[in-house]
Design a protein around this ligand. Structure first.
Ligand SMILES: CC(C)(COP(=O)(O)OP(=O)(O)OC[C@H]1O[C@@H](n2cnc3c(N)ncnc32)[C@H](O)[C@@H]1OP(=O)(O)O)[C@@H](O)C(=O)NCCC(=O)NCCS
Length: 236
């Protein structure tokens, strides 16, 4: 199976009939969770992630979308119950949802490079990472900050244990060619991964953590109308 990376643009709103039609394709626990979001934007991000996961897993497995079973472990990481060698991970930020699929473990993160105060770097990054950030010309610092951030998050998401993995227990180095070097600073055992950045859209940073080390060459970009054509208008 070829690894794939999807980027979906989320609409800022959706009419109620279409929203509920899409929502009703999901199992009850997901519907309940998504309905609890205060802002429709957050609900749509989560809905998009869920739909692309189920559509793609169904395609890869050659089954109906309704037969795809996704379970979440004690840390909330979703996995596909139908196959033990099909892995995926989802992230959302701003207008975008990223979803990665592979036959080995993957972690993905996407971040809207909003107006974050870069001074928080010292709280999240190791001394070496913070020093590398400060050594960058000021104009490049925001991009570098979010490169490090998405890389760290993609590793945490591949491992699947959330922030029980201390952020200072591993670090990244990124050279001028954008090659990524990972160093574990703890004795904890973990899988061996490779990392890559993707340019998804101006203003965003996206990183993929891959156990297979096989990276999708191209991003598959989809608009929200993909779901409408594929599901709502087909009458599925
Ligand atoms: C649970 C966690 C994944 C939340 O991350 P987040 O940035 O809020 O959310 P993202 O958009 O990246 O990903 C959300 C998706 O990840 C998936 N997910 C949930 N728990 C997960 C876990 N333990 N491992 C991997 N993926 C997980 C789900 O598909 C989720 O989508 P849903 O909320 O619609 O169900 C967790 O990694 C976390 O809290 N990270 C800390 C964030 C941080 O401080 N990072 C600092 C980096 S320097």
């Amino acid at each position: 199976m070829l690894p794939s990376l999807f980027i979906i643009t989320v609409p800022s709103d959706l009419d109620d009939p279409t929203y509920y039609k899409l929502l009703n394709l999901l199992p009850d626990d997901r519907v309940d969770r998504i309905k609890k979001f205060h802002f429709r934007r957050n609900a749509l991000q989560s809905l998009c992630g869920e739909l692309i996961s189920r559509i793609r897993l169904a395609e890869l497995l050659g089954i109906d979308m309704a037969s795809v079973e996704i379970q979440r472990d004690e840390f909330g990481k979703p996995h596909c119950v139908n196959s033990c060698n099909l892995y995926f991970n989802v992230a959302h930020s701003g207008d975008l949802v990223a979803a990665a699929f592979d036959n080995k473990v993957v972690g993905v993160d996407i971040e809207n490079m909003r107006n974050t105060d870069l001074a928080i770097a010292d709280r999240f990054f190791t001394k070496n990472e913070s020093a590398a950030l400060k050594a960058k010309p000021e104009a490049d610092q925001r991009d570098f900050f979010f490169k490090l951030w998405t890389l760290k998050e993609s590793f945490i998401k591949a491992e699947g244990k959330g922030l029980s993995i201390p952020l200072d227990s591993f670090e990244f180095d990124i050279d001028n060619e954008d090659n990524v070097y990972f160093t574990s600073l703890s004795n904890e055992r973990h899988r061996t991964y490779r990392f890559r950045h993707y340019k998804t859209q101006p203003g965003y940073n996206c990183a993929l953590c891959s156990e297979s080390g096989n990276f999708p060459q191209d991003i598959i970009r989809l608009g929200f109308d993909y779901f409408l054509t594929r599901i709502v208008h087909s009458g599925a």
